[in-house]
Design a protein around this ligand. Structure first.
Ligand code: PLP
Length: 631
């Protein structure tokens, strides 16, 4: 387990158990030993159609743990509650979840339900997001915020204003100066008093990949001069009392509390200025950015790591706001944050299977096989040079001569002088030499039944790394190292970088003796962003999803929801094909051909019917199954 740094990135939710499998500790550090859930048992239960209660789902599979989600929310809330209490801060923390991080209905509903007692709300950034947030919050705490960010048109703003009519606590955060005119106009027309927020472009800059949002040239928010103009307009229209919230977001995955404190202190100054200019300010919304430690190093030295705990994050935020507000004698604001990554990343695990492994193979060339090399003067000279270099253990020359010999033989093959068998013999000889001098590539390629583009899009898009670990056999030393190659016909569909700066992963040899020889890998900490960003490259669709709760029954878990992944028909439909019509067309073709054949055939109609039925059943299965390999 230490090979994979599980205790670093996994604590307190994932650990290796005494059977060598990954256990999920659903309540984090509050989990009792008998509550641990063995991930392999879940996979076996939900994929095996024969086991009692088996569901026969196909991999890849997302396993969601609502208990983990609840624990993350509660830890975030209690970190702020503790910082507020211990620092004598005179207001409270009231967070929101940015639904863009995971819009899954059950994830959002769970968050609203789990957070209801502490007024936890939602953040939306588009019209469908605000619609889903409004309907979910109807069942939530009426004081919970619905923070409306993003580009807005009249329809978006009308929805947000309608939210207030429906007694939802919507706050329209101005991201563009022009949005103010729409808000003023529509709120009058709809007779709704809006609650307005401002998104400020801070000067504080987060230098990591996710920091491009921050700084004066960031994509979002109002510059200081725009803020002053907005204030003037609000004052002229008698609406200064509507402005109640200041929002900023300096980027995701903030690496250190020093950068965080810097940004929060700048925003707190701005908050005090808005108070001075007459706004009825109540809330400071510090955006997202609370990071997680993907590589377990806790160093904060790259986008993969952060150098603080949840508690230290909350402490730094509360201290910075308190310090500035006290100095300026401004009442402490409610603190809101929009943490997405930190809330949902841990709650789901993506499980997939390695189906085969390609080892660097050495074809043993016999002296007869390479006899032909001695027949041409040039090849013979090459071969003799190589032989001499091997004998004097001169590695550098070996590499050079291997290269030369290979090139010469490839040229010979292209000219039609060498046969395919001779080319294989030369490759074998060269591989043998490289192995003998310790220069052969020991890395295997494991073929995985997954699409990186669908399930780990950030890995392809922004080189984001996630911990990837076999979910079993952790009590056995891995005998190989491998990179992972996915199912898509795309050379970018591979994983050859891993946490800890590794270019291959320690992996177990696949045992291909049929039954039970499956090898399951898990990708962890991918609960934020990956599901919504994934595409259908090569028409590989979304994975199966199960929701698993800790249970005190005979098993330590209960599967509370199971949804098969997208079928081939589903993904075809998403590209505007009509699978039902396609099925009819293909069946019709089969019918025509089978009957034509029947006419010529002595075999009679029965055989034709059988053949036709087989074709129809095969087509039916292919449309209804997931597009991944059936293993
Ligand atoms: N709020 C806003 C405005 C954002 O743009 C983002 C993400 O980029 C978030 C919140 C969520 O950030 P994180 O996932 O780092 O918590």
């Amino acid at each position: 387990a230490s090979l994979y740094r599980i205790d670093g990135w996994g604590a307190p939710y994932f650990t290796a158990n005494s059977s060598g499998n990954i256990s999920v500790r659903p309540h984090g550090s509050d989990t009792l030993p008998h509550q641990d859930i063995d991930l392999l048992k879940i996979v076996k239960k939900v994929t095996d159609p024969k086991s009692s209660g088996g569901l026969g789902l196909q991999l890849p599979l997302i396993v969601r743990f609502p208990d983990v989600l609840k624990n993350r929310l509660e830890c975030l809330q209690s970190a702020f509650d503790f910082a507020i209490q211990s620092q004598g801060y005179d207001s409270h923390y009231q967070g929101v979840f940015p639904v863009k991080c995971n819009q899954d209905r059950f994830v959002v509903e769970d968050i609203v339900r789990f957070g209801s007692s502490f007024r936890f709300g939602l953040e939306a950034g588009s019209k469908p997001e605000i619609l889903l947030a409004m309907s979910c919050l109807c069942k939530g705490n009426p004081d919970a915020f619905l923070v409306c960010n993003g580009f807005k048109d009249a329809e978006y703003i009308s929805l947000a204003l309608l939210g207030r009519k429906l007694a939802l606590n919507t706050v329209i955060v101005l991201e563009q100066e022009e949005e103010l005119d729409l808000v003023i106009d529509l709120s009058k027309k709809m007779s709704v008093k809006p609650v307005i927020g401002l998104r400020a472009k801070l000067r504080t800059k987060h230098e990591g990949h996710f920091g491009s949002t921050s700084g004066e040239k960031g994509k979002f928010g109002l510059t200081t001069s725009q803020i002053v103009r907005v204030m003037r307009k609000l004052s002229q229209t008698g609406m200064l009392d509507c402005l109640q919230l200041l929002h900023f977001h300096i980027g995701s995955q903030i690496p250190s509390t020093s950068l965080l404190s810097d940004g929060v202190a700048e925003a707190a100054q701005l908050y005090c200025e808005l108070v001075r200019l007459g706004a009825h300010m109540k809330v400071i919304d510090i955006g997202g950015g609370l990071g997680i430690d993907y590589d377990g190093s806790k160093s904060g030295e790259s986008d993969l790591s952060i150098a603080y705990t949840l508690e230290e994050y909350a402490e730094a935020v509360v201290a910075s706001i308190r310090f500035v507000c006290d100095r300026r004698s401004v009442k402490h604001p409610v603190i809101c944050s929009e943490s997405g990554r930190a809330i949902v990343s841990h709650h789901s695990v993506l499980i997939f299977e390695a189906v085969s492994a390609v080892k660097p193979s050495v074809h043993q060339a016999s002296p007869d096989d390479i006899q032909f090399l001695l027949e041409s003067d040039e090849a013979r000279a090459n071969y003799e040079d190589l032989y001499a270099a091997v004998m004097r253990r001169d590695h550098e020359s070996c590499l050079l001569y291997v290269d030369q010999l290979k090139q010469r033989c490839v040229e010979g093959f292209k000219d039609g002088v060498l046969s395919i068998e001779q080319l294989v013999a030369v490759d074998g000889l060269c591989e043998w030499v490289l192995k003998a001098i310790g220069a052969s590539d020991p890395v295997h390629t494991y073929n995985i039944n997954l699409s990186v583009f669908t399930s780990i899009p950030d890995l392809w898009g922004i080189d984001q790394l996630f911990p990837i670990v076999p979910i079993h056999k952790l009590d056995q030393r891995p005998g190989a190292r491998g990179i992972l190659s996915d199912l898509t016909c795309d050379s970018d569909g591979k994983i050859d970088k891993f946490i800890g700066g590794e270019t291959s992963l320690p992996l177990h040899e696949l045992d291909n003796n049929g039954n039970g020889g499956k090898y399951f890998l898990g990708m962890f900490l991918g609960g934020a962003y990956e599901e919504a960003l994934g595409g259908v490259h090569n028409l590989f669709g979304g994975p199966s999803v199960v929701r698993v709760s800790q249970s005190d029954g005979p098993h330590s878990f209960a599967v509370t929801r199971a949804v098969p992944g997208q079928s081939s028909a589903d993904v075809l439909r998403a590209m505007h094909h009509e699978p039902e019509l396609m099925f009819q067309t293909l069946k019709h073709r089969a019918e025509e051909l089978m009957h034509t054949k029947g006419g010529d055939n002595e075999g009679g109609e029965e055989e034709d019917d059988d053949e036709y039925n087989n074709v129809a059943a095969c087509l039916d299965r292919s449309f209804h199954n997931m597009p991944y390999l059936a293993t």
